[in-house]
Write a protein that binds this ligand. Structure first.
Ligand code: RAM
Length: 486
């Protein structure tokens, strides 16, 4: 099956579109220690070239320069020498280059940047750098972009930045971040695919990514890794995340509901089924799913207890899965629906405190989190007015644990819409995504904690990816619910 899935992935390999950016740059001669900043005018992903000349005399020694590609203006001021994060320093986009001859110099590596900081380290003659050219690449077809018109300036700006984030992450696959990790992750894919249905509508790229995960090596429980690499060769990742496994199932169901493509669904149906069946086989004595077959992600929020949220994701997935099987006439649909109802009943009994109207329980050491509530609402454990009350209470509580990433904020907003709290959903969207726009975002950030702009899941803000796939879904909500259209 692996070669079949890889062949299907290949059939859906996208074309990369190139847009040439020619930024203005002051043509003054530079000498040892001088710096200049090239501003591309927006965040782009691609390849830099420039022209090198020595106006006074032919250079009789190599020109040595340091270049730093920055996604935000703030990064221009950072000191990379004090980097102390948990991921490799090599993700920071800086280069030391030696240029032997005048003429056009092309950098071979792909970068994600708005600003390029250039420092001349050593030159025997003053040097002039000119004709900066940035070949921006993306598989998003701008001519296919669906229009969104509104007189609401804040929503228009949020939508524009969200679409640009998605565009820059759309490469040979839906990448998570073009600066880091530059690969295909399931959780990011699911959200990019949703945003894509309302914007570029590139169904082929969604199929390609699903097939790549279907081709990946599975753990003994049938769970694929949370990420894969596909270029230059296909390699399965190694972090098996159960909730990301469920997101594979959701992405497959979303594809069917958005396109009616039953053939692709049938192709990967068994892969999805195996993930759900393993979860079902790993329930505790009260019928709540356990995590014996992989890890949990949920959010990068430190100290988060995840059991309730995870159960909610399972139920949310079962709902979509049962609905798809029902639509396609699969006889097993009833069995999955029965699991869903049993899971909802068990969750109400063991994870919910009906008096407090809160998902506070022993399994999560009585932690009170937005994560648990949002996922329980999305899982259908509480509904209607009750769901609204549960959500608003936890979101407005000063002590409750809040999301740290736009990934989890997405599901909090989704839960608010699901509970009928449309005004609060829009307000939260403006608070988070509008907050990033106010902070000058050209593209949306991987992590956003309004009270802690230095937060990083990796121990150092410099490692954060500031054009991150899972943060692009503001456009999905805006367009799906027609925000700014009243
Ligand atoms: C990080 C990346 C990626 C995400 C995983 C769980 O490494 O930000 O987008 O999906 O975490």
């Amino acid at each position: 099956m692996q070669s079949y899935y890889l062949q299907k992935a290949d059939e859906n390999l996208p074309v990369l579109h190139t847009t040439v950016i020619r930024p203005e740059a002051e043509p003054r001669p530079l000498t040892n220690g001088d710096t200049m900043v090239v501003d591309l005018g927006n965040h782009y992903v691609g390849y830099l070239s420039f022209h090198v000349s020595h106006p006074h005399w032919y250079n009789d020694a190599p020109l040595r320069m340091e270049l730093r590609f920055c996604e935000t203006a703030r990064e221009l001021e950072d000191d990379y020498n004090d980097y102390h994060g948990s991921l490799s320093r090599s993700w920071l986009q800086d280069e030391l280059i030696n240029v032997d001859s005048p003429g056009v110099y092309k950098m071979s590596r792909r970068y994600a940047a708005r600003y390029i900081l250039i420092k001349v380290l050593y030159t025997s003659q003053p040097v002039a750098l000119s004709e900066f050219t940035f070949e921006a690449v993306s598989s998003a077809d701008m001519t296919a972009l669906k229009p969104y018109d509104t007189t609401d300036e804040e929503l228009a700006a949020i939508d524009r930045v969200a679409v640009h984030t998605l565009r820059n992450c759309m490469q040979r696959v839906f990448e998570d971040g073009p600066k880091r990790d530059r690969r295909l992750w399931i959780g990011d894919l699911r959200l990019e695919a949703l945003a894509n249905y309302y914007t570029f509508g590139d169904v082929s790229l969604v199929k390609r990514c699903l097939y790549l995960f279907a081709a990946a090596d599975k753990n003994p429980y049938g769970l694929m890794p949370g990420y894969i690499y596909e270029n230059p060769i296909f390699v399965s990742g190694y972090w098996h995340i159960l909730d990301y496994g469920f997101m594979f199932v959701n992405t497959l169901c979303d594809l069917y509901s958005h396109t009616g493509d039953a053939e692709t669904f049938r192709d990967m149906c068994d892969v999805a089924k195996r993930i759900l069946d393993s979860a079902e086989a790993n329930k505790d004595e009260h019928g709540i799913v356990d995590n014996t077959c992989g890890d949990w992600f949920i959010d990068w929020c430190p100290g988060l207890h995840k059991r309730t949220a995870f159960e909610g994701i399972y139920l949310y997935t079962l709902e979509r899965w049962s609905r798809t099987l029902e639509a396609l006439g699969y006889p097993e649909a009833a069995e999955y629906r029965a699991r869903l109802e049993a899971g909802r009943a068990a969750s109400r009994k063991y994870l919910y405190d009906a008096e407090k109207k809160a998902f506070i329980n022993a399994r999560d050491e009585y932690q009170y989190s937005v994560h648990a509530a949002a996922w329980m609402v999305l899982g259908g454990v509480v509904e209607g007015e009750e769901a609204k009350e549960v959500l608003l209470k936890v979101m407005n509580d000063g002590e409750s644990v809040k999301p740290f990433t736009p990934y989890m904020h997405h599901y909090a907003v989704d839960a608010l819409f699901c509970a009928g709290a449309r005004a609060e959903a829009e307000q939260h969207l403006r608070h988070i995504w509008g907050g990033m726009v106010k902070d000058g975002a050209d593209t949306f950030f991987e992590a956003y904690v309004p009270t802690d702009p230095d937060f990083s899941s990796y121990g150092d803000r410099k490692m954060n990816s500031n054009c991150h796939a899972w943060s692009c879904t503001a456009t999905y909500f805006i367009r799906k619910y027609g925000l700014g259209q009243d």
